[in-house]
Design a binder for this molecule. Sequence first.
Ligand code: CAO
Length: 434
Amino acid sequence: MSFLIELKVPDIGNVSDVEVAEVLIQPGDVIELDQTIVIMESDKATMDLPASAAGTVEEVKVKVGDTVSEGSLIATVRASTDEVARPAKETPESSEEKSEPAEVAVQPAEQQAAAKPEQKPQPAATQAPPAAGRVSSKAHASPAVRRFARELGVDIGKIEQGSGNKGRILKEDVKKFITQVMSSGGVSGGGIPAIPAVDFSRFGDIEEKPLSKIKRLTGQGMSRVWLNLPMVTQHGEADITEMEAFRKSLNQQQATDGRKITPLAFIIKALLAAMRQYPQFNASLSADGDKLILKKYYNIGIAVDTANGLVVPVIRDADQKSIIELVDEMTGLSDKARQGKLLPADMQGGCMTISSLGGIGGTAFTPIVNAPEVAILGVSRATMKPFWNGQEFVPRLMLPLDLTYDHRVIDGADGARFVVAIAEYLDDIRRLLL
Ligand code: CAO
């Protein structure tokens, strides 16, 4: 004979509207008596709610974030007669404050269940894997340790073995877990498994070379962005045939007092014009993700390749600078970068970054957004291409543009419009005067 049992929140003292912090069961789970099924969190304490009956979970009635009080239905469990729990005195285990023991509201199912033919609880043959982010119910840890882990964003289910009695997970184990994850590349969150260590010397001679501080910090920053931002790269092309003719003539005529003007100065101008046209690109998402912070200033970061690694000095108020002034500032900043003389202030306050690989080569790439900026413009090497003008193919110098954007802020259509706008400004730089 089987019964449907309702697992309810018992008397938890004078506390009501307690938040469900973790749900450790799902339909089909076979649970044991006293197994923690839900963790609740009040202002003052974390409480484990133990199962007052063993059996197979039929329905889970709460989810994380719900508020519950005494009598709230947590789940229904199907149990056979011999499994039906003691309607015992039980109370949620509190990590910080003890509630008075209370009667658990175990309601042996509706009498109709008794009338049903005997049915043993079936262990779910194909149990669903735990949902992403769900804490393993196998983790053996006190509520205080669970809360500690939760506050640090650690999925306690990922800690295989605790160092406490009978493998109980202690705070030290949580700290050790974090250290391990951090030292394997600083990648945490989402419980991403580390890349296994390999002894490469087994396969041939090797040499170990410590990473520069810049490279290590860049690596951490890139991993953080990669894990936090849903990024899309929009590719485009600008016809810079006329722009390049003008730029080269400037350089040839020594019109710039010996300065070498590269395409980058014009690309900065075109980017600024597009940012003015589409202000959502000159913005950052607030830390809570609820607001877009639109900036009224225009600071452009330029990725500079140095012997020690990548750095991104910032040209402040770039919108107020002429082509010559931009060239001077870029030259000054990239020299400073390559001599390792940039100050932290030189690299702060950027609104959008340009990563130009045009001097090196390549046809396209997918740069990573320099968050909290919302987009980055990648530039590859311009090449001559046959362009169909409606009547014939003509040779045009085409500049590849790769815009990576944070898809939480920028829609695909806006991404495409933005690239088209930059291309139009570069196609005909007279538009920059408008
Ligand atoms: N297409 C064709 N030629 C280009 C070009 C392009 N898109 N961009 C630059 N060039 C040419 C320049 O005109 C110059 O030609 P000359 O030698 O004939 O005068 C040559 O390439 C070298 O330019 P440059 O790279 O020295 O100068 P720049 O202003 O274009 O770039 C800087 C300056 C600091 C951005 C660059 O030196 C640099 O460090 N780039 C690497 C950035 C990087 O590592 N990005 C990756 C970051 S990961 O996302």
